[in-house]
Design a binder for this molecule. Structure first.
Ligand code: M6R
Length: 607
């Protein structure tokens, strides 16, 4: 999973490629590279580590050329070394690739038998050598590329340039996204429109199986059967401005603090301006007619779906099945009549979620997406979409995307309850009012940050941390653990508090802090009883509750964080903030790369 970019223009392209790579680095950041075609052949520069290493290298040793390709990598086959960094090249062709070539081993053996020497451990290098082989047999670069594509299995998008061809860029898409940008006397390719925003807003997206032949002033696209096709060119709304950190040290901190505002935007867009009730006039799924909702998503988005299950079942009586997208798509779940599929995704590009969506559509499910990036593949493919209004989320750890997903799911559950007639108008009004209070409550909750910093200092040296919660706080406990793991590299687990005594209690000693999420809901007494069980075994508890909850447990808890009082319905939104801030400040104390933690990428476009 990686970001790719390419340009064929009448100007020097390397600076354009490097800026594009900066915008694509959310897709992977373990190494990067660029290649251009010069009068003498292929020029290439690659660097291990962050993109800045490549920028420094190119500054010392510039790459001239009016045509080029670039890549920012998240390693799949072969470690994140310079040798494995893209573009991969022979003396005749250079290739950038996003995705996985599943039959690369077989192709590699075939090429090795022809005495081809491989320089990297990647799956991508077979593409380079196959194209080179066909060119050596007398095919044109376009013919050689098409012949090669026909031999590849897997999901990929490609950019290909050729020695001696200073006005020819080939591109292909099979399963992973690729946009073509139409500029003035220039054509571009990129994994998304954001990368091309400073260059052009005239974008078309390749469909699966498409192959494109680009010159600086023309683009021809051929479908999987080789027929010339037109793909619509749309004016992209993506802004050319680079999103900055403002006064904040990290994007993650900025995004945590943006939550009152983006939650306000998200919630307002889901409400009728006059009545203030949940209002989804364009909802194409008739919740009165379905008897099951299947939710598929990954990571934090999956956890948002877990919270939604509690809401849908409680308020609308609709039975909800929630599954990790990579599991659902392979486990042959029976296709049910009158069921709908809901996918949740910040990026709209996560491959497992996208494939779950495609499988659901093929199986006859009506499909709905809750998506943050409007120009994403899922947004284009789902039957109906509700957009979260989180704005660009740059930090790899999801924060504002998560809470805007929760707000949208809360409103959707109320909508389902309304059309299914399972709640009274009065209850719906009361619950909606609680949702509308969220931006203000979040603004207040952010005041706990100084206290959280102190607690972070006390526990940042722990090796393991347990998060516990009941009801909707169980998924939030999982989210707390996920956030902490991904940015601080501390091992953490989120458990249903009632499950503690069935195994995890054995882990408890004074070195394993326990974070207990205990809003004042119907389960508070039981959750506090779990706290006593922990304390009785020497465990140190951080209790997160409102003032009343904190007052009841002050003597037992080692630390407390006080949240504003809220209705239990909206507690998952509010209680997400302290766990985000805690993970952030622990990671800062540990000195990790908060916005780009090791081994991760923002959008995971491989299986
Ligand atoms: O873009 P998506 O919402 O589909 O991404 C899904 C997960 O990869 C993502 O939520 C991931 O778990 C986050 N890094 C967690 O903070």
């Amino acid at each position: 999973m990686c970001g790719i970019i390419g340009a064929v223009a009448n100007t020097e392209v390397t600076p354009l490629l490097l800026e594009g790579l900066q915008r694509l680095s959310y897709r992977g950041y373990d190494s990067a590279g660029v290649a251009t075609i010069t009068a003498t052949g292929i020029a290439r520069s690659r660097a291990e580590g962050k993109l800045q290493n490549l920028i420094n290298k190119v500054a010392n040793d510039p790459l001239p050329g009016h045509i080029g390709i670039g890549h920012t990598r998240w390693a799949t086959h072969g470690g994140p070394t310079e040798n494995n960094a893209h573009p991969h090249a022979s003396d005749k062709v250079a290739v950038v690739h996003n995705g996985i070539i599943e039959n690369y081993q077989e192709l590699r053996e075939e090429l090795a038998a022809r005495q081809v020497r491989f320089e990297s451990e990647t799956d991508t290098e077979v593409i380079v050598h196959l194209i080179t082989h066909y060119i050596n047999q007398g095919m044109t670069p376009v013919e050689a590329s098409r012949k090669t594509l026909a031999r590849l299995h897997g999901a990929f998008s490609l950019g290909i340039i050729f020695k001696g061809e200073e006005n020819l860029l080939c591109a292909a898409r099979q399963g992973t996204p690729l946009a073509i940008g139409h500029g003035k006397d220039a054509m571009y390719i990129a994994s998304d429109a954001l990368a091309l925003a400073p260059l052009t807003n005239q974008i078309c997206y390749l469909s699966d199986g498409d192959f494109a032949v680009l010159h600086s002033s023309s683009a021809e696209i051929f479908d999987a059967s080789g027929n010339k096709v037109e793909r619509p060119i749309r004016t992209s709304a993506v802004s050319a401005a680079m999103v900055g950190k403002g006064e904040y040290r990290h994007f993650m901190l900025k995004e945590i603090h943006e939550q009152p505002e983006v939650l306000g935007d998200t919630i307002n867009a889901l409400m009728h301006p006059g009545t203030g009730a949940v209002y989804l006039p364009e909802m194409q799924i008739d919740f009165a007619k379905i008897n099951r909702l299947v939710i598929a998503a990954c990571g934090t988005a999956y956890i948002a779906g877990m919270v939604a299950k509690y809401w849908f079942e409680k308020f609308s009586g609709l039975s909800v099945e929630i599954d990790i997208a990579s599991e659902w798509r392979y486990r042959s779940a029976p296709v049910e009549k009158n069921a709908a599929m809901l996918v949740i995704s910040q990026s709209g590009e996560t491959l497992d979620t996208l494939e779950a969506l495609r499988l659901a559509k093929k199986s006859g499910y009506a499909s709905l997406g809750i998506i943050n990036v409007p120009e994403s593949t899922m947004a284009r493919e789902a039957d109906a979409v509700i957009f979260t209004k989180a704005g660009p989320e740059i930090g790899v750890a999801s924060t504002k995307a998560f809470t805007t997903q929760l707000a949208t799911l809360a409103a959707l559950a109320l909508h389902a309850a309304q059309v299914r007639g399972t709640i009274t108008a009065e209850t719906q009004r009361a619950l909606t009012a609680h949702l509308r209070e969220i931006p203000a409550l979040m603004a207040e909750a952010l005041h706990a940050e100084e206290a959280i910093k102190t607690i972070a200092y006390d526990i940042h040296t722990a090796r393991d941390i347990l998060y516990l919660g009941r009801g909707t706080m169980y998924p939030i406990a999982m989210e707390g653990a996920l956030k902490l793991k991904e940015i601080s590299y501390i091992h953490a687990e989120g458990y249903a508090a009632g499950e503690l005594k069935h195994g995890p209690i054995a882990l408890i000693d004074e070195d394993v802090p326990i974070i207990l999420l205990a809003p004042p809901d119907a389960l508070l007494d039981k959750t506090l009883a779990n706290m006593q069980e922990v304390a009785a075994r020497g465990g140190k508890v951080l209790l997160i509750s409102d003032a009343a909850g904190v007052a009841r447990a002050r003597d037992t808890a080692a630390w407390t964080i006080t949240m504003p009082a809220c209705d239990p319905f909206v507690a998952p939104l509010l209680y997400s903030l302290p766990i985000q801030m805690l993970a952030y400040h622990i990671a800062v104390l540990k000195g990790t790369d908060v916005d780009q933690p090791r081994n991760l990428a923002k959008a995971v476009t491989v299986e």
